[in-house]
Every structure is written in structure tokens, then in C-alpha cells.
Design a binder for this molecule. Sequence first.
Ligand SMILES: Cc1cc2nc3c(=O)[nH]c(=O)nc-3n(C[C@H](O)[C@H](O)[C@H](O)COP(=O)(O)OP(=O)(O)OC[C@H]3O[C@@H](n4cnc5c(N)ncnc54)[C@H](O)[C@@H]3O)c2cc1C
Ligand code: SF4
Ligand code: SF4
Length: 696
Amino acid sequence: MSVEEAPCACVVVAMRTALRRRWRAAENAGRPLRRTLAQATRLITQITNGRGSQKTLDGLERLCPELALLDAEAADALSGSLARAHDEWLCHAVDGTCSAGVCFLPNVAPCRAACPADIDIPGFLAHIGAGDYGEALRLIGEDNPLPHSCGLVCPAPCESACVRGATGSALFIRPLKAVVAEQCCTVPSPRRSPSGKRVAVVGSGPSGLTIAYYLAMRGHRVEVFEAREKAGGMMRYGIPSYRLPAHVLDAEIAHITRAGVTIHTGAEIRSLGALREKGFEATYLALGLQLSRRAGILGEELPFVHGALDFLASVAAGKNPRVGPRVVVIGGGNSAVDAAMTALRQGARHVSMVYRGRRKEMRASPHEIALAVAEGVEILELWTPDRVLPDNRVIFTRSPKATEAERRGGEALTLKVDHVLAAVGQQAALDCLAGSRVEVKGGFIVADPVTGATAEPGVYAGGDIAHGASTVVAAVQAGKAAADAIHEYLTGETAAPQAEAVPAPLVEVDAIQRSVRLRPTMPERNARERTAGYHTIELGLGEADAKREASRCLRCDVCIGCGLCELVCSEVGAEALRMDEAAGGRMVFTDFTRPATSCIGCGACAAVCPTGAIKVESDTSTRTTSITGTVVCRQPMLTCESCGEYYVTAAQFDRVRDTLPNGENMRHLCPDCSRREHVAALQRADEGRLLALMGR
Ligand SMILES: Cc1cc2nc3c(=O)[nH]c(=O)nc-3n(C[C@H](O)[C@H](O)[C@H](O)COP(=O)(O)OP(=O)(O)OC[C@H]3O[C@@H](n4cnc5c(N)ncnc54)[C@H](O)[C@@H]3O)c2cc1C
Ligand code: SF4
Ligand code: SF4
């Protein structure tokens, strides 16, 4: 591999990556090359970690001639970069700045960075590992008041970002949240004293519930107005109860009302002016997108054609609408899949989902599609709805995306159906904005993407109504951010800048358990059993499974994945640590068993680790190496032949002895005694010289 092959906007990171790969590829090379490559990479890593200096740069320059004798190409690349991009290297090493904006960023665990609600994921996983569910729930609750619901339905972008995914399966974070909520229903909400301010929230979906909760926590009097009979928004009236049971939602809403939020149901708000007249000083619009978008085809007003949202809401409201036996669902998103699977539970015998693109392009999650197929839903790809006829026929034409070969199979498709469910999108009902200054664009409220502020002072908006159809956790994030903004609007107090997060304590996890690469499988009810009713499809992870799974977390909040420890371990010749490269050049430990046989307990790794993630500690007679809570090596120590203190491991003693020219004569002396003996020997020599001088 060429040393130049590491494209990155930052030249320093590019060189670090290239040299690290070079070092990795030189696994079986001689010691001098391996050591020199490791040293060069370590020095660059120290620079990109913000621990560089002019001295580090000088060290790199000095290393080039030595490297040139061992690997001319690597040395050329390094010295060339140091010369060509001298200013950039200097800025990195001395000023701690990176013109590409790649280095010196705050360290956030990748899963947490990907979570819209910014949940401290490694923290709550650690509390699960320690069996402290109350603390886990408290930590999640700081950022999301709906942990159980999210634990059942969140698409879990955190899992897609988890570094474990690079070498096995990502942590199964979503269901672990549900386990926390099951194990520990609620934790007391710490409320501030009343502020005397009143806030109206329109809509009780996840966004409205979230802002209501966090504003109530700050002492404001919050009233939520909900048009429907029950609170919950699309979590209740969209997502079917086989994925999110009503009792789970009820319990979370009860926790929110216990925190001081008043929810008025069956209370549609028709004008914002009415809220002002009632004395509310601020309003949050969390209206969601309640209407099914029309498919825009001939015949869609026929009585057997329904919007998927109306159908799902009718089922959720307990109206028990019957359909079938033949149902066609138009669309390929999550609503389409939910409508298709719900139709099977409402009387349909044969359900076809017809989509204009290919199955792999459907917006619904592949797992949800697979569940639907397992229940018997037929997927028809590449058909565009054309018209619905009064005699219950639906005509589709070939999608423009179809290939010539696919077209030859037929240009039109006719399905004879009893019901059509159109799941082609959602739209908002915005009548309540009439007479206000709130702006609307493309059917959504125009709101500041960070604060949710609209064009009307004191009126904020968030969730689907502002960012478009999205997810529960995105609605939670919007509500949380707007809570900060409304609090500031009401009191002038800005949200306290986030203090440097203190990582949750490390949990002791066995090295073999920590090295498990695969996640557990979620047990699910079989298709026949589940279509008989609305029992949850997922059976959930048990507590023991949850604890085991949580213990696979690599604690990226503590170990920043810089890889310095692995490099310095190579420099000392032990090669006891092995890491894999995950996205963004982050290094991750995945094998916690290797050090047991090769760690020499020298402590070089702990000395270079910038975060204390790796530790080498001695008690009286044992030296223990641990990585983020997992003991990876424990070895007895040898005693000093002079003072009798334990001071070194046998492996380290042997390694030092082997590197010295007359190593076989090396004595068992601790550093203090060795120094004392050395000084004494010097003194004896001096005395001898003095006596000789005086005698002369
Ligand atoms: C079928 C379906 C399945 C989904 N599946 C998932 C999933 O698996 N995972 C996931 O994360 N997300 C899923 N979503 C998306 C998710 O439910 C939404 O993104 C989320 O609920 C949006 O929250 P919200 O608070 O903005 O609005 P909503 O949840 O829509 O809540 C808005 C509330 O405001 C009320 N309201 C509106 N106007 C007024 C008014 N004038 N006065 C009083 N009340 C009013 C409505 O009645 C409603 O209760 C799904 C959505 C649907 C439709
Ligand atoms: S290993 Fe743990 S901390 Fe690291 S990304 Fe995955 S869940 Fe987050
Ligand atoms: S243990 Fe320390 S030195 Fe090693 S990768 Fe993690 S943070 Fe870096």
C-alpha cells in the first residue's frame, strides 16, 4: 500500500492514517521497522490529540533518517509532508489548530453523537452493566422523557454509528432502553420552584410531551391541548400497538403529568389568539402531520379507498374498522407497512403493498418489511397507481424506473380489491394559524431549526410540523431544544452551557465477555400467533441478556480511540494490544484476551493514554492491566534483591534483560535500589581516585 493512500482533508491526519496502516501491514517485519513506524505514528497521534509541541515535531524530523534506512517510501512521504505542509504541521503541534477542522474536536462517543436526543448512551449502558437501573433511567431521562416508547420504536441511528459495527454487530442499544424502563418504572423528577409563567403546548405527540416535561421541570405551568381523545400523537394513533402498546405510552404520559404537566384532551385549538387571551405567555406548536396525503389519482374519493393514517387512527381509537378480504396498500414507507400489517389483523386475507420503486428503495426499515412479508404481505415493486374504478379494480402502470426487461412482463397491472389504503405521505392541518404571524412554507411551519422560534414572538414550533415527517426521537429533540429557548424567552436565563460530561463509572467486565462480537437476537412472536391480534411482535430482551449486551460497550466516552497505547506497546516490543479501525479512523479494542499472554505490565500504555482508559496498577505483589474496566492481564511481580519490595513483572524483567548488551548479568534491583547502588559505586570510584590523588 502506498503511503500517500489516505485521503483526508487534514494533511496531518492523512499522514497518521497512512503510517498507521503501514505499521499494521508490517506485522511480520523486523523489530526496528515496526518500532520506528510505531514511534512516528505515535508522535503524529500525539499532535492530532492536541498534545504536540515543537519538540514533537523535532522528534518526527529526527526520526526521518532512521526511517529512511528501513522504509524509504514511508520516510519520503513523511519528510515530504513535513516540508510541504510545514505551516499546517506547526499549527497543529504548537497552536492546536487544524485548518480542515478535523482535529481537536470534543470527544463524544459516536453513538451519542448520532442520537438526536443526545442521550449519554455509554453512561446508561454502564449503569445497566452495574445493575443500577434507576441511575440508567435518570440519565436517559435527562434527555428523553419517553425512554420506553423509544426503546420499542426508535430507528436507532445510534446503532448505525456504534463502532462495534465495524467488526461485528453494533450494540443493541434500542431494546436496552426498554429494559431499563421495564426494570425501573419511574424516577422522581427534580422540579424547580414555580416560576409563575404559563406555557401552552398544542399537540401531545412526542414533541409536545417532551417540551411540556422539560418546561415543567423548570417550574413553569404547562398545559397541553390535544384535539384527540387521548394523548400521545402518532405514537398512539399511528404506530400500531403490536409495536408500541398503549399501556407503555400511558405509563410514560402518567410520569409526565406527575411532573406537573396538565393535559387537556378533546381540546382542539382553533386559534392562537384564544391561548393568548387565556394568559399563556408562550406557545409551542407540536401539531404533527395528521392528514393522509392524497394519492392524486382518479377514483380515490370512492368509499372503499381510505388514507392509511385514518385507518390506523380508527383502529387505535378502538373503532375496529373491518377490511378485506383483499386489500391493496399504496406506498413503501413505515406507514404503508403498518397499514398492511394492521389490515391483516382487521380482516384482510390477502394484502398487497404496491410501490413505485424497488423493494430496497422503500423508506420502511428492511426489518419491518421482512416482518410484513413473513405475515403474508405481498410486495409488488415498480408499479405506479393510475386509477381506482367503482367496480373495485385498481389499475397500475409500469413505473418509469422499470427496466426494458421488466416492462416486457407487462405494462399494466389490475388488482381486484375490497379496500385500498393510501400511504403516500402525511400533511398538516394548519387552520389554527389563521390570523397569526406564523409563517408556513410547503405545508410546514417555518421555525428556527435550533430554537423552534416562529415569526410570531412567543410562539415556537417543532416536531413533524416543522421538520417534516420524521421520527419520535427527532420530535423529542425538537421539544427539548425549544424548552431551552422558551425558558430563555420567559426568564431571560440562557440554558447553562453543558458542563464537561463526567463519564459513568467503569464496570468490571470479563475479558472473554467483552470480546463477544455479536449482539443477541431479539425474540419475536411467530407470524401466525401475532396476526391473531395485537400482541407485541418483539418479546424483549431479558435482564440477563441486557446486562451481557451492555457489557460489550467499548466505552467510547472514556477511550477516545486514539490508538496511542497500541503503538507504544509495539514500540516496547510487547505487541500485546490490538485494535481495529472503525469509521473516521477511530481505533477500537475488540480483542480483550490477547494481553493475557503478551502484556509485560510495563505501564507504557497507561503512561501515554490521555484519558486514563487503560490502566496498569500494582498492589503489593500483583500488577494488573485493565482497559475501560476489563482486566486484561494480571501477573505476579518479582522482589528487589536489595530492599525486598515487589517492583517488576517477570515478563518486563526478561524483556529489559534481553535488550541489554550484558543482560544476562542484570540483577533484580528496583529503580530506587539500582540508583542507590549506582551512586554508591560512583562514590566508591571517586573515593578511590581521591585516595590515589592524595597518596600521590
Ligand atoms: C404509521 C406511522 C408509523 C410510525 N412509526 C414510527 C416508528 O416506528 N418510529 C419512529 O421513531 N417514528 C415513527 N413514526 C413517526 C413518529 O410517530 C412521528 O415522527 C412523531 O410522532 C411526530 O411527533 P410530533 O409530536 O411532531 O407530532 P404527532 O405525534 O403527530 O402529534 C401531534 C399531536 O398534535 C395534535 N394536534 C394537531 N393539531 C392540533 C390542534 N389544533 N389542537 C390540538 N391538538 C392538535 C394531534 O392530534 C396529535 O396528537 C411513525 C409515524 C406514523 C404515521
Ligand atoms: S461501543 Fe458503546 S460507546 Fe462505543 S459507539 Fe458502541 S455503544 Fe457507543
Ligand atoms: S486506551 Fe487510551 S491510549 Fe488507548 S486508544 Fe483508548 S484513549 Fe487512546
